[in-house]
Design a protein around this ligand. Structure first.
Ligand code: FAD
Length: 451
C-alpha cells in the first residue's frame, strides 16, 4: 500500500460520516472512508418515484418537541429540510375489515386498550422471570391475538414503536412528535451537508480521495501495531486504527472476516441483537380513491394473517396530488415479498386495496419494493434490542477490539434503530478514539524519554 492512514472508516452512512467529520475537525486529517456502494447515506436513501422523491430507508425524524432538542432535528433545520407532522395515533380508528367496513371507533379503542394491557402484562412477566431466574413461568403462553382486528393491533403495537407499553428513550428525551421528511433533496441531504464541512466538494459532488466508493471491505487484519484492510477488488489499505460502521446484520453475516477472529465475547454480543426488516412499498395511482381528510393519513387493513399488508399511509400530506400510497411490511412478510417478483406483490396489494375500497379502483401504474434484507451491505433494516437485555451486552457491542472501533445505530444504547442513534454513535465512537489516540501519543512520548 502506498500510504498509511491514521484512521480508516468502513461505511459512509450517518454514523461513519459523523465519526469522520469529528476526527477531521480534531486534527486527524489523514482519514480514509471506504464505502461498499456508489453513494454515501447507507440506510438514508431517496429514490425518484411517481414524480416525487420517496425515502426507501429512514423517513421520519422521530423525537421532536421535548425539552432537549433532537440533534437530527437541528441538522434538518440548518438544511431547511421540508418535513410534515405525522400523527400515527389515529390509525387505530381507520381499521378496515376485508369487506371494506371500518371498525366502529369504540370497538377499536377497546381492542387497542386490551392489547396494550396484555402487552404490559407480558413484559412484566418476562422481567419477573428474568429477575427470579424461574423460567417455569415460560410454560404459560401469553394470550395470543386471534381475530383480524386483534392481529392488526398486535402488529401495530409490536412491529412499530410501542410507547404505551414500554418507555422509549427517544420520546422521553426528545419529545413524542414525529416529522416525515418530504423534500426533493431527500433526508440524505443532511449527510451531504455534513460531508461538505470536511470533504472537498464541487458543484454538489464530493471530489475528495479520502472518500472511496465501491470499496467492499472483505478482510480486516489487526495487530498491536495497526490494521490492514483488504477490499473485494484486491486493494489493501493500512491504518493505525479502523472504525467499523457496518450494520448489525452485516456483522452477523460473513461479509467481513477478521484476522485474528473476533473474540468470543464480541461474537456472542453481536449474535444477541435482533435484526428487524421494515419495508415500505410505494404504489403509484392515476388518481386517488382513498379518504384524505384530517386524521386519515394512516389506515389499517385487518386480515387473518398477521402483518399481511396491514399498515397503510397516503402521501397526500407530504406531496399533494402525487397519488401515492405506501404499505409497510415487516420481518417475515418483508422477506417473503423480497423473494418474489414485484408483479406478484403488486397483485397482492391490489387485492387488499379492492377489499378495502371496492372492485372499481384503478390499478397501480408503478410499484417500488426496497430490498433491505437481501442487500448484502445491509442484511436488515435496523437493530432491535430484545425487551430484556443487560447493559453488559450493549457495552460489548460497542467495545473496541484492539485497534478496531465500532459504531453505527446498533451501538447506541438509548437510541438504537434511529437516525439520531447513528449520528450520536458516530460522535461517541470518534471521541473515544480521539481519547485513545491521545493516550497512545502520551505512551509513545514517555517511552521515547526513557530511551
Ligand atoms: P448505515 O446507514 O447502514 O451505514 C453503514 C454503511 O456501511 C452503508 O453505507 C453500507 O453500504 C456500508 N457497508 C456495509 N458493508 C460494508 C463493507 N463490507 N465495506 C464497506 N462498506 C460497507 N430511523 C429514523 O430515525 N426514522 C425512521 O423513520 C427510520 N425508518 C427506517 C426505515 C427503514 C426501511 C430503514 C432501513 C431504516 C430506518 N431507520 C429510521 C433507521 C435509520 O435509517 C438507521 O438507524 C441509520 O440510518 C443507520 O445509520 P448507520 O450509519 O448506523 O448505518
Amino acid at each position: 500500500p502506498a500510504s498509511r492512514s491514521s484512521v480508516i472508516i468502513v461505511g459512509a452512512g450517518i454514523s461513519g460520516i459523523c465519526a469522520a467529520k469529528v476526527l477531521a475537525e480534531n486534527g486527524v486529517e489523514d482519514i480514509l472512508i471506504l464505502e461498499a456502494t456508489d453513494r454515501i447515506g447507507g440506510r438514508i436513501r431517496k429514490e425518484a418515484f411517481g414524480g416525487v422523491s420517496v425515502e426507501l430507508g429512514a423517513g421520519w425524524i422521530v423525537g421532536v418537541g421535548g425539552k432537549v432538542p433532537n440533534p437530527v432535528w437541528e441538522l434538518a433545520a440548518k438544511s431547511s429540510l421540508r418535513t410534515c407532522f405525522s400523527d400515527y395515533s389515529n390509525a387505530r380508528y381507520n381499521i378496515y375489515d376485508r369487506s371494506g367496513k371500518i371498525f366502529p371507533s369504540g370497538l377499536a379503542a377497546d381492542s387497542y386498550k386490551k392489547a396494550v394491557d396484555s402487552a404490559i402484562e407480558n413484559l412484566r412477566n418476562q422481567q419477573e422471570t428474568d429477575r427470579s431466574g424461574d423460567f417455569s413461568r415460560d410454560a404459560e403462553p401469553p394470550s395470543t391475538p386471534k381475530t383480524p382486528i386483534d392481529l392488526a393491533i398486535d402488529f401495530i403495537l409490536h412491529d412499530f414503536e410501542m410507547p404505551e407499553v414500554q418507555p422509549i428513550s427517544t420520546f422521553l428525551d426528545y419529545g413524542e412528535r414525529e416529522f416525515l421528511v418530504a423534500d426533493e433533496r431527500g433526508y440524505e441531504d443532511l449527510l451531504y451537508k455534513m460531508a461538505q464541512d470536511f470533504l472537498f466538494t464541487s458543484e454538489g459532488k464530493i471530489l475528495d480521495s479520502r472518500l472511496q466508493l465501491n470499496k467492499v471491505v472483505r478482510e480486516i487484519q489487526h495487530s498491536r501495531s495497526g490494521v490492514t484492510i483488504t477490499t473485494e477488488d484486491g486493494c489493501v489499505y493500512d491504518a493505525n486504527y479502523a472504525i467499523l460502521s457496518v450494520s448489525i446484520g452485516v456483522l452477523q453475516s460473513d461479509l467481513i472476516s477478521f484476522r485474528p477472529s473476533m473474540p468470543r465475547w464480541k461474537m456472542e454480543a453481536i449474535e444477541k441483537l435482533d435484526v428487524m426488516v421494515y419495508t415500505k412499498i410505494f404504489l403509484k395511482f392515476p388518481y386517488k380513491f382513498w379518504p384524505c381528510g384530517p386524521e386519515k393519513e394512516f389506515f389499517i387493513y385487518a386480515h387473518e394473517r398477521r402483518g399481511y399488508y396491514t399498515f397503510w399511509q397516503h402521501m397526500e400530506n407530504a406531496y399533494p396530488g402525487s397519488n401515492i400510497l405506501v404499505v409497510t411490511l415487516t420481518n417475515g412478510e418483508s422477506k417473503r415479498v423480497e423473494n418474489q417478483p414485484d408483479e406478484e406483490t403488486l397483485k397482492e396489494a391490489m387485492e387488499v386495496l379492492r377489499d378495502m375500497f371496492g372492485p372499481d379502483i384503478p390499478n397501480a401504474t408503478d410499484i417500488l419494493v426496497p430490498r433491505w434484507w437481501n442487500n448484502r451491505f445491509q442484511r436488515g433494516s435496523y437493530s432491535n434490542y430484545p425487551a430484556i437485555i443487560n447493559h453488559q451486552v450493549v457495552q460489548s457491542i460497542k467495545a473496541p477490539v484492539g485497534r478496531i472501533f465500532f459504531t453505527g445505530e446498533h451501538t447506541s444504547e438509548r437510541f438504537n434503530g434511529y437516525v439520531h442513534g447513528g449520528y450520536l454513535a458516530g460522535l461517541d465512537t470518534s471521541k473515544a478514539l480521539l481519547e485513545e489516540m491521545r493516550k497512545e501519543k502520551e505512551r509513545n512520548s514517555q517511552n521515547q524519554s526513557f530511551l
